[in-house]
Design a binder for this molecule. Structure first.
Ligand code: ADP
Ligand code: MG
Length: 331
């Protein structure tokens, strides 16, 4: 049957519209990093779910099962962090082909267990089935006081746009993962792709700061992810390409391989850093407190401006005629 391909985001918009009237008042459904279900008494449960599919999200021969176990939970904890929520539990579902052996399964669980121990997130259930390829689906639950929940829709013109860590390392790792790494830099990029750091404590801390007006995590590249914040908030953004936090590691490897580091940083995705918008007059104080707490700074990359949901890319204060696109699954 011939079928016209469409994008993941159109499909999600279709589902959202179809089910909008079924969502009770006070509940947040489709459209943020997690759903928000009010518990009463000023607290809510936050729920998020993410799949990792063999040959779509990972290549079995390139990523170790232990790293894959880590990553499966990490990407979900990252979504909870993006909402400002404290993680409470996870559920792990598996589609497993017959050629996955016991050693692989054991190592996967070790990686998953290590991260769940680190952040005290018990695994409370899941589902298991036979499948043609490895399918992993994780659901994570968190909790937060209502006033600490960060959405994508709260930003205003004047806010500073910033991120909590480097952009593009994971995209570099994706390009390198099928070869034997030639040096420590290449190993570091591959590790960024295979073992992303979820900014759990940072997300909970940022949740407590009223001057953080919106937050999400970067899974598809800021060219795409920031637009979600802009759409939900009804504003535009001006991003300074010179200010992107591109690691020296990525710069060195990109120079050697003739890659465009800036493009990887903006469109690559899977960095799982937090992307947030902060009230301008509170930015310096917030950054100082963040530094005392985490011994690293926030990286400001631009500002929110009035206008249709659109990113103006600037260099040296001059508008650039570039149309960067983040990652979107074709379905
Ligand atoms: P993230 O990258 O933060 O995990 P996604 O881009 O996967 O977010 O999803 C964006 C929003 O769309 C989320 O609120 C998610 O729950 C929702 N969503 C995605 N796919 C579906 C689906 N098949 N049915 C219902 N909601 C979906
Ligand atoms: Mg997300």
């Amino acid at each position: 049957m011939n079928r016209k391909k469409s994008g993941e985001f159109d499909w999600i918009a279709q589902i959202r519209e179809r089910f909008a009237s079924s969502v009770p008042a006070g509940t947040v459904g489709i459209g943020d990093d997690g759903a928000v279900i009010p518990l009463g008494g000023g607290r809510s449960t936050i729920v998020t779910t993410d799949m990792l599919i063999e040959d779509v999200h990972f290549v079995r021969t390139a990523i170790s099962p232990r790293d894959l176990g880590h990553k499966s939970l990490a990407v979900n904890l990252s979504d909870l962090a993006a909402m400002g929520a404290e993680p409470a539990a996870s559920f792990l579902s598996f589609g497993l082909p017959g050629d996955v052996d016991e050693v692989w399964k054991d190592s996967f669980l070790s990686g998953y267990r290590e991260l769940s121990s680190k952040f005290n997130v018990p695994l409370l259930g899941g589902d298991t089935t036979a499948a043609g390829k490895i399918v992993i689906s994780v659901t994570a639950l968190g909790t937060a006081p209502d006033e600490r929940i960060k959405r994508r829709n709260g930003t205003r013109p004047g806010d500073v746009v910033c991120v909590t860590g480097p952009l593009g390392d994971s995209a570099g790792g994706l390009l390198l993962q099928s070869q034997t790494p030639e040096n420590e830099d290449e190993k570091r990029l591959i590790a960024a792709h295979h073992r992303p750091k979820p900014y759990v404590r940072e997300g909970v801390w940022l949740g407590k700061q009223p001057v953080v007006h919106a937050m999400m995590d970067v899974s598809d590249g800021i060219a795409s992810d920031l637009v979600h914040i802009l759409e939900e908030s009804g504003v535009a953004a001006r991003i300074e390409l010179d200010r992107l936090p591109i690691s020296n590691t990525l710069r060195r490897v990109a120079a050697a391989k003739d890659w465009d580091a800036e493009k990887l940083a903006v469109t690559g995705g899977e960095d799982y850093v937090l992307l947030l918008a902060v009230q301008l007059d509170a930015y310096n104080d917030l950054n100082q407190s963040y530094h005392s707490e985490f011994d690293t700074e926030l990286f400001p990359i631009g500002e929110i401006v009035t206008g249709d949901p659109w990113i103006e890319w600037q260099r040296d204060g001059k508008l650039q005629n570039i149309d960067y696109k983040g990652f979107e699954h074709e379905i």
